[in-house]
Design a protein around this ligand. Structure first.
Ligand code: GLP
Length: 241
């Protein structure tokens, strides 16, 4: 595991964007595993900057997102489909047929999970971008006695709903369920890029990276992966020093 701690958020964003840029220059048809939340926004902005400077093209890339809320349409500005279009897809040259998220409006959730898993199995990610929840969740794989390997519907923990409520008009509007890629699929990525910012996550960063490997801290399973790059700002990394 390679851990890098940056003085400024901007340095972190540039470094991460450079990794994507290099990958796509070496492998134009790379498969990218993408994430949402507040953490990746600056990285997407830098990627777009690189695209605008003709340093990178996404025309051959394929993307798979980690998760999506159950019951939100892509037009709902809180859906992850909307987020991805706003922050990345509409600003680069990727054809929409090459971008994938679980369908929050699918009529049959079980079939939707099977459909998404078939895609993931056929196209393992070259790089998987991950944020980190305060309770150690990755994607929406919440702490539990057991974790699922494949895509599944999760009941969101109240603490996760509360953390994400800041994006919604009220707590009542925060969905109670979400689709998430399973930990098995996440761990199949060639490289995992875990990005964490802020002092409120310093404790969980330490626990996930240096504590015991346990399903109660889903991110601790990353310790078993051969190629994890962790990018932290100074605050998130403060308990590691
Ligand atoms: N499903 C997402 C995760 O993929 C994300 O990593 C986490 C942290 O979000 P943030 O980056 O906003 O702190 O929140 C959500 O629950």
């Amino acid at each position: 595991m390679e851990i890098k701690i940056f003085e400024t958020s901007e340095q972190l964003d540039s470094y991460a964007a450079e990794l994507f840029t290099q990958l796509l220059n070496e492998k134009p048809n790379a498969v990218l595993g993408l994430a949402t939340g507040s953490t990746p926004i600056g990285i997407y902005d830098k990627i777009v900057e690189n695209f605008n400077h003709n340093k990178v093209s996404f025309s051959g890339a394929t993307t798979y997102n980690l998760d999506e809320y159950v019951g939100l349409t892509p037009e709902n500005d809180q859906s992850y489909a909307y987020y991805m279009n706003r922050h990345l897809f509409s600003r680069i040259d990727i054809p929409s047929s090459q971008t994938h998220l679980p369908n929050g409006m699918a009529e049959n959730p079980e079939e939707e999970c099977t459909r998404y898993d078939a895609l993931l199995n056929a196209h393992p990610a070259d790089i998987q971008l991950l944020g980190l929840g305060h309770n150690g969740h990755i994607g929406f794989n919440e702490p539990d006695g057991e974790l699922s390997a494949g895509t599944h519907v999760v009941k969101l923990k109240e603490e996760t709903r509360e953390a994400n409520a800041r994006f919604f008009a009220s707590m009542d509007e925060v969905p109670k369920e979400a689709y998430t890629m399973g930990v098995g699929s996440i761990l199949k990525a060639n490289t995992i890029l875990l990005v964490v910012r802020g002092s409120d996550k310093a404790r969980i960063v330490k626990e996930a990276l240096t504590g015991p490997i346990t399903t109660q801290v889903p991110a601790s399973l990353l310790q078993t992966h051969p190629r994890v790059i962790v990018l932290l700002d100074r605050e998130a990394g403060r308990m590691l020093e």
